[in-house]
Design a protein around this ligand. Sequence first.
Ligand code: FPP
Length: 248
Amino acid sequence: MSYKEKLVKDRMPHHVAVIMDGNGRWAKKKGNARIFGHKNGVNAVRETVEACGELQIDYLTLYAFSTENWNRPKLEVDALMKLLISSINNELGNLDKNNVKLMAIGNIAGLPSNVHKELNQAISATSKNTGLSLVLALSYSSRWEIQEAIRQIVVDAKQGKLSENDLSSDLISSYLTTSGIPDPDLLIRTSGELRISNFLLYQIAYSELYFTDTLWPDFCKEDLFEAIYNYQQRERRFGKTGEQINRH
Ligand code: FPP
């Protein structure tokens, strides 16, 4: 029996977030350059988007490029930016046909202008779609996001739009780039690394974490179904006791 068949419909996560890791190692194992791994990583992105569509998941957030990734060799950064543009171009028709709404979080204005332009066009072209929201985290890091949120809160407080009594967890969430997006229920990281690497730190307070040794380019639909099956076996308590959760 495949994992997909074992899934329970009314316990689907609403939001799955993924740290796509292991492209470089996958390429190296095959005796190829790192960018070969990134190119093959696009197939895993397609598989994951399709699988989320099949399960009618609301949000899929992919960590596609971190603030720290700018420190990689220029050749790799340039190749990744080129790959982003070509992937958006190649996949846009398919995404739109499948009712996928493209969104982006991160320092989007800081991306090269051609990437920025292409991304914005794809975001507006799919803005009316009502199926899966595919959120690309680009030039994103949590510490950057939290710093920007605090900066804006200070500005608004100085202008009298906010007072210290207005501060709440929801208010802080509304200043993050993920404003309006529910927190992830499930966070997946591939390639065997057991780290969060500056990703959605505020938003994953109660997310279930799932780590797999599979390298990202090898990640396929059945891997996603397995992760969700694993998630469905867990009891989410949000700080309460098991008895409180199971009392109906
Ligand atoms: C991490 O692997 C992967 C990245 C930094 C880039 C992810 C990008 C893609 C999968 C392609 C484009 C994405 C979209 C959404 C079209 P790594 O390079 O850190 O691998 P390593 O740890 O083995 O070196």
